[in-house]
Write a protein that binds this ligand. Structure first.
Ligand code: FO1
Ligand code: 5AD
Ligand code: SF4
Length: 334
């Protein structure tokens, strides 16, 4: 079996997780100008993934030895048609449904990592025990036109949610989205805000610096994305601002300049899925793990919870046996 590891343990290794992406619903209370994933409630393509489809996907993932189920989906719409769809599946809330799906993932040996947007606090409390870690992109501390139709992208709301996760002792993934109308000062302020949350709660395990990728079917179709050179500068800034125990992540499928990104201080390439698309950027295929290795990257697989938090015992109660098994088998915390 491949040895698990993390950037903090072996700095010459680039870490990743072998994951499966479960986009539970594409309906969303927000409507971000850059998002190509969201569908309007009532539209023909709007959906909640049925349990059979989720289970089949998880089973396939287990066969590929995936260790992370990334439950990333739209922020639950407050719309009776959405609620009716959930009721037809036998659930009162989206969180109740995701909870049951998470138990199925755990049964199959896959650790859930949920990013379902800004959850009500009782929902965060309900989901934490079935997760190894959780996430929410800060995106930016700026108030931008791109978020005009997205009440839950209000930076104060998001900072407060990430703080609440900190008070609950949840190892957390967050990050910034680059190229959505923010200034350099906004980028700096966003990274400093994340740093300050970590200094207060010690819970930020990784920060994703993600470049905006335009698509013809979004409102921001004609917005010019950041150049690779600009991304390298943002990554350098992030590495300078963030404490050294916070891993810096960039997705490997959104750039053709990964080598320069690694040079700039990226230590982790996040989830790579051998079984599903990146549903947020479906036109950007994930490179295979073997292809990255063939390019000379020294890759090391990790769990969705970093070793530091395994040592601290910060993971959901219901994933404890699984986390301990994987961590022991692979000398993860050594
Ligand atoms: O490990 C994580 N990766 C997250 N990712 C990374 C994801 O695995 C892919 O790298 C991206 O989808 C690439 O587009 C996100 C990507 C997004 O586009 C939007 C949100 C997320 C959120 C998370 C997250 O919470 N945790
Ligand atoms: C799920 C995460 O995906 C990111 N996201 C959403 N739309 C895009 C896009 N067009 N390009 C890059 N990232 C995007 C946001 O940061 C969100 O939080
Ligand atoms: S990025 Fe997330 S919050 Fe924004 S519209 Fe898309 S699914 Fe909703």
């Amino acid at each position: 079996m491949t040895r698990l590891g993390c950037a903090a343990m072996a700095s010459d290794f680039i870490t990743f997780t072998r994951n499966v992406f479960i986009p539970v619903t594409n309906m969303c209370r927000n409507n971000c100008a850059y998002c190509g994933f969201r569908r309007e409630v009532g539209s023909p393509e709007a959906r909640i993934m049925p349990p059979g489809e989720v289970l089949a996907t998880l089973e396939k993932a287990a066969a590929f030895e995936c260790k992370e189920a990334l439950f990333t989906y739209g922020d639950a719409p407050q719309d009776p048609r959405f609620t009716k769809g959930l009721e037809q599946l036998g659930y009162a809330t989206l969180t109740d449904y995701v909870y049951d799906l998470s138990l199925r993932a755990i049964d199959l040996g896959i650790l859930p990592h949920t990013n379902g947007g800004v959850l009500p606090l009782p929902d965060l409390k309900k989901l934490w025990p079935v997760n190894a870690s959780m996430g929410l992109m800060l995106e930016t501390t700026a108030k931008l036109p791109a978020h005009q139709l997205s009440p839950l992208k209000d930076p104060e709301v998001r900072l407060e949610f990430i703080a609440e996760a900190g008070r609950m002792g949840i190892p957390f993934t967050t990050g910034i989205l680059v190229g959505i109308g923010e200034t350099w000062a906004d980028r700096r302020a966003s990274l400093e805000a994340i740093r300050d949350l970590h200094l207060k709660y010690d819970h930020i395990q990784e920060v994703i610096v993600q470049n905006f990728v335009p698509k013809p079917y979004i409102r921001m179709a004609n917005v010019v994305p950041p150049t690779p050179e600009e991304m390298v500068e943002v990554l350098r800034l992030a590495r300078e601002i963030l404490p050294s125990d916070v891993s810096l992540q960039a997705p490997p499928n959104l750039t053709s300049h990964l080598d320069q990104f690694l040079q700039a201080g990226v230590e982790d390439v996040g989830g790579i899925s051998p079984v599903t698309l990146d549903y947020i950027n479906p036109e950007c295929a994930w490179p295979s793990i073997d292809a990255l290795k063939a390019r000379g990257l020294k890759l090391r697989e990790r769990l969705p919870v970093y070793p530091k938090y395994v040592r601290k015992g910060w993971y959901g109660a219901k994933v404890k046996p699984l986390v301990e098994r994987y961590a022991d088998e692979e000398g993860y915390c050594a």
